[in-house]
Design a protein around this ligand. Sequence first.
Ligand code: NDP
Length: 512
Amino acid sequence: MSRAEQMDTVTGAAAGTVDRHGTPATFASTDPAGGAVVGVFPVHDARAVQQTVDRARPAARRWAELGFDGRRQRLAAYRGHLARHLHELADLVHRENGKPRADAVLEISLTIEHLAWAAAHARRTLGPRRVRAGLLAADHAAYLEYQPLGVVGVIGPWNYPVFTPMGSIAYALAAGNAVVFKPSEHTPAVGAWLAAAWRAAVPDVADALQVVTGNGSTGAALCRAGVGKLAFTGSAPTGRKVMAACAETLTPVLMELGGKDAMIVDDDADVAAAADAAVWGAMSNAGQTCIGIERVYATSAVYDRFVAEVTERVRGLRPGSDDEAAYGPMTMASQTDVVRRHVADATSSGGRAVTGGTVEGGFVAPTVLLEVPETSAAVQEETFGPTLTITRVRDAEEALERTNATSYGLAGAVFSRSRARAMDLARRMRSGMTSVNSVLTFASVPALPFGGVGESGFGRIHGEDGLKEFTRARAITRRRFALPVDLMSFRRPPAAADALARLMGVVHGRHP
Ligand code: NDP
């Protein structure tokens, strides 16, 4: 089959949405469960990426000129399209990423909610407003607004191939930017589908969302293509490379990196609810969740009960690719090596696996590890698999200390019946997001910002902060009338400085 014919095997409506730019190199995306080819895509080189970004520039201008109402209308058409084709997209996500269809439906539904929120709140968050000019500029009116950056580059991962990149794409579009999106080489068909859906739903500004496909070199080319900002989601090592490439052109970056999120289970927690949430937080999506729970610190008072509840629930989980399976295969085959290494490190350093610990094909059995030393890779490094360490601690303070002791700081969870205690622990957790008495919930609240600290990155998607992330603040003052004395003129009288000093004394000098 010729390369052009191969590329035509790209699923259904997605075919043709990826402009080939005459590129000869191709790659195939495959179903991680059975290895079937899902689609064949071009490996866009630096020239193709540059052409795409150049084509996005006039689209960015047109998109910005539409204003908040015009964009809101079109973003509504886009989310309407996603909602009407939800099962089609969920099926593609299932085939290309491996997750159960039901989980794909949940992922897409969350995305649609975010799209709606971003479009509905863009004007209020970013639109022009008047702010107080203050004492020294009382003769001026002061205005603030947040203007789009132009073309935003988005480099996305494969674990949530719709929800995660759309956390940047939806907010960047709502803020008035065009977007060039480079999906992971493991989920290009989903990326191409999202761009095809845009073209279908918003034909008058079709180039406001385009996709380039390929590998790391394609992503690196996007970093160097002169975009207004580069939003990256992936691992910390690749994040460093992206930052270095963006530094060459002083392109600002947003970094959503990995995590090693912990759950704290306090003395007074609802143990059954905590166990249920821990199992979902650790095992759903085969553990390939940046905000997944990878560690639990349970106090001595609840530890034994918690371990028993978790173990019982985990024994009922079965990985597979059918509709009844709890979770699918590892999307990236090489990830099984990371999981194996972490489990081996845990068990060889004194820990024990009470369930799982095995890998068959691309499927990792749900694995619960106890008594793992804090120095183990299974506790310190991102595993990104269906594994969970559970550690006994004296009290919640020790749990918090251990939670905060890794280089990551993305999210976490606290289980306690005391609202005040739980909120206090949540506030002191070294993370960008914390759920109390649940897991991952913050990601489903569009008004809440999403992002981490430390090795988990910086910058925020979602919420008002996520809208502002894709803008530059614009400050304007307008002189309303002329004061008798202009302090910022060489014509000011010599006595003006003394008068100003006296005024400062009256207004601020009374504070001890
Ligand atoms: P990477 O961080 O390597 O890749 C993320 C994205 O960056 C992909 O689109 C990738 O493209 C692209 N990329 C790779 N190299 C470059 C480069 N030099 N310049 C610009 N872009 C580049 O993650 P992987 O997918 O390889 O996964 C590795 C590990 O990262 C996982 O085991 C997991 O621990 C972590 N991870 C964390 C995620 C999170 O949500 N926090 C998401 C994904 C991964 P391509 O795929 O085409 O190589």
